[in-house]
Ligand binder design. Structure first.
Ligand SMILES: [Zn+2]
Length: 538
């Protein structure tokens, strides 16, 4: 069925005139693989023979960085095509707390319009309003009105943050179908075909994938606290299982099929100006959260995605388009403590539940004789002090909470918002940034917490493992380091050991297509030493 969807896109292309465009490329295809750490890239690179292998034959930075501390999907995607770090994009966390909000749900989702009637942080009205800067697509359209800016993704926040404020088409998987937040646009014909094909695919059970020897060697069942067994799965799915569909190669295959269909139907790359399509491949993240990134399941996912990408690129090749590819990720990930310990990472552990903001707030409230939740948030990252407390009590809570968190053996450090805002914005090589500099790069005074808690490396910040067993979000390099690769037909391969930031992708692509970067100024820089990219002299 997946092959069928892509075959339909290929047939669509065959009916169109084929034109060979001269340099610069006419179409930029920007691929983000959610939770694809540089550790996974390095480990699997010798196994790739398909689409990832093609990207590996271009200009490869395996020391790419989402340089900030808040290594989550929304902040990460906000850096990829804006040229800015989250402190500048304003997308500093997936969901933040706004205690002044006039609704019972005080959380705000990063890609939400919380002023829309009926919107909540869980069931939200999708919007780009929180993104404070333009994207590459926005800038291309400002410079060249004929340019098109398109996004397709498994997650709305990936599609929104990569396409920004002026998309021509923007489609994301909403759990049942590909949907859009845009109004007044004509839905492409290919969308209807894709949604129908995906519905049909989901209604059928999916047998497990046959593990090749490299994956079978990773098949070690691990029984987690509570009895869940992971590590030896084959990504089989029951009929109609929407969560299973998401955490399998089927979601990415559907996103790639819709992307290919939109490229054909909109004739992207065949206009008078270059076009950009952002492709958000989210299944790797769901597989990582559901099974951890270190088992047979992730192996099957990545090798299947390698094949799916090969098919997608083959469709583009046959169309005769002159396109350039970029691959990166929004963040990396941490494997489950049991498997890490089995591989010699002795300090890997589940987080101590007493670190939950709710537990800590209750304890502090009792000790300081204060009512209410006192502290609001998760087990690490941004925590907020209850703003209904009077200022002097908030100050007492801040002092006590910082001391409590810092004293806990699983906590690396805890900082007040004042400490972070007093830290100058970091620049230069992100490898050597201190923890507080990493925090500064994803801090926004309006949206970030009052206290920022950083757990020690390899502490998994999940208390309830009934839904997810592994995650990301720390300032450590397993979450920060991601691959960055550029590919274009005929380019000379280059291997880069020096670090690069995902914020460097946008100015590099701008140089590739000859787009002058108008104001506002950006955090990133054009990456030198890439075949076919002439960075502007500064
Ligand atoms: Zn994730």
């Amino acid at each position: 069925m997946r092959k069928f969807v892509l075959a339909a896109a290929a047939a669509f292309f065959a009916s169109q005139a084929v034109a060979q465009a001269p340099a610069p490329p006419k179409l930029l295809v920007v691929i983000s693989v959610d939770q694809f750490s540089a550790d996974l890239w390095d480990e699997y690179r010798p196994q790739f023979t398909g689409g990832f292998a093609r990207l590996a034959s271009g200009a490869v930075f395996h020391n790419g960085y989402q340089s900030h501390a808040a290594t989550e999907t929304c902040p990460g995607h906000s850096t990829i095509l804006t040229g800015d770090r989250p402190a500048t994009t304003g997308i500093v966390v997936n969901t933040w707390l706004d205690q002044s909000l006039g609704r019972s749900d005080k959380y705000v989702y990063c890609a939400e319009d919380e002023t829309a009637l009926g919107s909540s942080s869980i069931d939200y009205k999708v919007s780009d309003k929180h993104l404070r800067v333009p994207t590459l697509g926005d800038r291309m359209k400002a410079a060249w009105p004929a340019a098109r800016n398109v996004a397709v993704a498994g997650k709305d926040r990936a599609a929104v943050m990569m396409s920004g404020h002026h998309p021509d088409q923007r489609w994301y998987w909403d759990g049942k179908k590909f949907a859009t937040d845009l109004t007044g646009i004509a839905a492409p014909a290919y969308l209807t075909a894709t949604n129908a094909a995906v519905q049909k695919m989901m209604a059928q059970p999916q047998p497990g994938l046959e593990p090749p020897p490299f994956c079978a060697a990773k098949s070690q069942p691990i029984t987690l606290p509570g009895g869940k067994v992971i590590g030896n799965g084959t990504l089989a799915r029951a009929a109609g299982d929407a969560a299973g569909f998401r955490a399998s190669p089927e979601l990415d295959a559907s996103v790639l099929a819709l992307s290919a269909g939109l490229i054909a139907e909109m004739k992207l790359g065949r206009g008078s100006a270059p076009d950009v399509i952002s492709v958000g491949l989210s299944a790797t993240d769901y597989v990582g959260h559901t099974y951890g990134p270190g088992g047979q399941e992730m192996c099957l996912q990545l090798l299947d995605l390698d094949r799916e990408l090969a098919d997608f690129f083959a469709v583009l090749d046959r169309s005769g388009l002159d396109y350039a590819l970029v691959l990166t990720a929004d963040h990396g990930g941490l494997d489950i403590p049991e498997r890490l310990r089995a591989h010699g990472v002795a300090d890997a552990a589940w987080v101590d539940p007493v670190l939950r903001a709710s537990d800590m707030g209750k304890a502090l409230g009792a000790r300081l004789e204060l009512p209410g939740p006192v502290l609001i948030g998760d087990v690490s990252g941004d925590l907020w002090i209850d703003h209904s407390l009077k200022a002097s009590d908030q100050a007492r809570v801040l002092k006590e909470a910082l001391a409590e968190y810092r004293a806990h053996p699983q906590v690396a450090d805890a900082f007040s918002r004042e400490q972070i805002t007093n830290t100058p914005m970091p620049s230069g090589d992100p490898v050597g940034w201190s923890v507080i500099q990493r925090l500064r790069a994803s801090f926004d005074p309006e949206r970030s917490g009052d206290i920022l808690v950083v757990l020690k490396p390899h502490i998994m910040p999940i208390v309830d493992i009934s839904r997810y067993v592994a995650t990301h979000g720390s300032p450590w390099d397993y979450d920060r380091r991601v691959p960055i690769a550029f590919w274009r037909k005929g380019m000379s391969p280059t291997e880069h050991q020096e670090s690069a930031e995902t914020a460097d992708i946008m100015p590099t692509l701008a140089a590739m297509i000859g787009l002058p970067l108008a104001a506002p100024a950006i955090d990133g820089k054009c990456l030198g030493g890439i075949s076919g990219v002439a960075c502007p002299t500064r």
